[in-house]
Design a protein around this ligand. Structure first.
Ligand SMILES: [Mg+2]
Length: 308
């Protein structure tokens, strides 16, 4: 069935819709705010859902913010009572995955991730190596930087705006030197919507570069990875996935991910997709519902409450 706009449902259907889930898991960029800029009424919608007894969690593919920076943004939009554990982004799922991988043994990693993601590694007690080189490189200094003092258990790859050739080359060295070294990645986004009318290339092709020279497959831990889906279910005790709704602004990372977890899906048009993009997608890639923005949920709750 074609997706329906939540405010075009009858009031009775709106009530059924709101009663059909106990938890909303929402993407952040393009839904709660824009990478650069804000979306009106989203804080109010989050508060209204919580007042209506819904649990609200957030899953983003962006680790170039620390949890404290996430909290600052939630404070700015006036969303009440959001806790660190309510927010999941790739470096946090990577930390969780490393703990299972190490079976209690401390893991040492090489990070091709942002300074903010590295800060999160440090906070969680993960020993990491990273290169931040500001000097002009020559082939001789490159050789020095590529020398490996200590092997690592994993190379971690994620969005990293300062990524450089030498950092990629060192990642490849680590993987070539140690056949047991894992390659672990956050999101696999090919496009990064940066601002209104400004979509830039994502970091996926840099990962392809690492894979090409090492013949290694990567384990993905951002959306739409099924490993992340299982993690969310165990973190948030989700035993009835159909009573959970996933909200996002992208088809693959959000709608497909939500569906593959057995969640309901709601696409908002406040981010990277237009209504025409949604209609152009094959039926199985379309969401159950759509809305202009998260703010429509505030209106929907008012409609339902006025009737009761
Ligand atoms: Mg998004």
């Amino acid at each position: 069935m074609a997706p329906r706009h939540i405010l075009e449902l009858s009031v009775e259907e709106q009530r059924k819709f709101i009663d059909s889930f106990d938890m909303m898991i929402s993407d952040c960029d393009g839904v709660v705010w824009l990478l650069v800029g804000w979306i009106p009424g989203t804080g109010e919608a989050i508060n209204a859902l919580k007042d209506a007894g819904k649990a609200v969690k957030f899953v983003s593919n962006n680790s170039f913010r620390t949890d404290d920076q996430y909290m600052e943004k939630f404070n700015t939009i006036g969303a009440r009572n959001v806790q660190h554990d309510d927010i999941v982004h790739p470096v946090k799922s990577i930390v969780r995955y490393l703990h299972t991988l190490g079976k209690g043994k401390k893991q040492r990693v090489y990070s091709l991730m942002s300074l903010e993601a590295n800060e999160t590694l440090r906070k969680h007690g993960i020993e990491y190596e990273s290169l931040q080189i500001k000097e002009h490189l020559t082939s001789a200094t490159l050789v020095d930087y590529l020398a490996i003092d200590k092997p690592v258990d994993a190379v971690l790859f994620d969005i990293h705006l300062d990524m450089s050739y030498v950092e990629l080359a060192k990642a490849i060295r680590h993987l070539q030197q140690n056949e047991n070294c894992h390659l672990i990645a956050g999101g696999s986004d090919v496009i990064m919507p940066l601002a209104d009318n400004l979509n830039v290339a994502g970091f996926y092709d840099f990962l392809q570069h690492v894979k090409r020279y090492t013949n290694r497959e990567a384990t993905y831990l951002g959306k739409p990875s099924p490993i992340l889906g299982e993690m969310l279910k165990s973190m948030y005790n989700i035993t009835q996935p159909e009573r959970c709704i996933f909200v996002g602004d992208m088809l693959v990372q959000d709608v497909q991910f939500g569906k593959s977890c057995g969640f309901q899906s709601l696409l908002v048009l406040s981010g990277s997709l237009t209504i025409d993009d949604m209609h152009a997608a094959p039926p199985e890639a379309q969401p159950d519902y759509y809305a202009d923005s998260l703010a429509d949920l505030t209106q929907l709750l008012k409609n339902v409450q006025n009737k009761s």
